[in-house]
Design a protein around this ligand. Sequence first.
Ligand code: FCB
Length: 438
Amino acid sequence: MIRRMVTNSMPQFPAGFLWGVSTSAHQIEGAADAREPSVWDVFTAEPGRVKDGSTAAVACDSYHRYPEDVALLAGLGVDAYRFSVSWPRVDSPGGLDFYDGLVDALCAAGVRPVVTLFHWDLPVALDWLERDTASRFADHVSVVAERLGDRVAKWITLNEPAEHTLLGHALGVHAPGRRLMFDALPVAHHQLLAHGLAVRALRAAGTGDIGIANSHGPTWAASEKPEDRQAAEFYDLLLNRLFSDPLLIGRYPEGIGELMPGDVEADLKVIAEPIDWYGINYYAPTRVGAPQGAEIEFGGLSLPAELPFTVREIEDRPVTDFGWPVVPEALTELLTGFAERYGDRLPPVLITENGCSYEGVDDQERIAYLDGHIRALHRAVEAGVDVRGYFVWSLLDNFEWAEGYARRFGLVHTDFETLERTPKASYAWLRDLLRAQR
Ligand code: FCB
């Protein structure tokens, strides 16, 4: 077997740099019978929505097996664990007891809890098309902060509002399965508003160290032709700047504010409420060109023909099992681009997700992916970007949304029959890397 050996030692990151791994409630907890349903339970019950027909009713059963997961985190030697609280579980009797126990177990193991307050599993009675969902979210945040605030190290208001808008409400390939195309824009606005209200609710509860986890990636034009450049710019605006501009400079990119509901100017003041750090989930760049008038398949998605752009293949690059291109240097490009665009409006950055899906327990490709991306991150630090932490997606193989259990992102293998956890080669590699960093 040909192996890409990782031989050069990793450069040293600044003291206090936070190393962690990430998961989310719906993807790992299971114990669906011990909580109210979310839009994801409804969605997965509909035939054809999830590729392998699976649901997350059991998933990794982390609800019952969390002591084992905490032991895995301690063995890995991470500083922090990013997990999400399930809003429907928090709303269920005794639901917060589970998170209380998890947070205690993490603290006892010396792992700092980093809590995401919304990672896509919306209670079924709620809808992001409704403005009121933003204030309901702030209420949920207050309840969680009240109970866990004395031990949580960092808060993440929302996970990837861009993907939740695009995949869940514009294209309909994630829950709640709506295909509204551009009529999904209010979903983005209401989530951003919810973020701002949540920041205020967290501060009112006496907690701090607040950020968000937004997905970002460089957009590369398919060619220098004006129609390709324009299409790429539009894509970049929709998936990147639509979310970072309002948060960091308090305004929507040109032409977007008019499309948003409510008193947008007043809302933007809430949305731009100062945060302590900015979280970026990075996986890959996107090459974008002018529309070609035909539906295209991309990274497991069927993109409709009526979009004003097409996503093109990035050639000459290895791809993960998910078909996502592996381009570590695009992470450096992304971070230096952010620092340039936002200047002193950009707070310290944390990479809140980065990872890849590959089969197998001897996962040398994952090691190569992580090695390349951590080095690319270090180059951004050297270039002066204030990056304070890095979280791998994910601790363990889990329910990968519409892909079901077919995509394995874990440092730890999960046997979905027996629920046995087996650390992969990448787990040992990361453990050694973290030891060498200290
Ligand atoms: C991100 C999601 C996360 C996981 C990874 C692979 O978009 O935030 O839940 O599915 O992709």
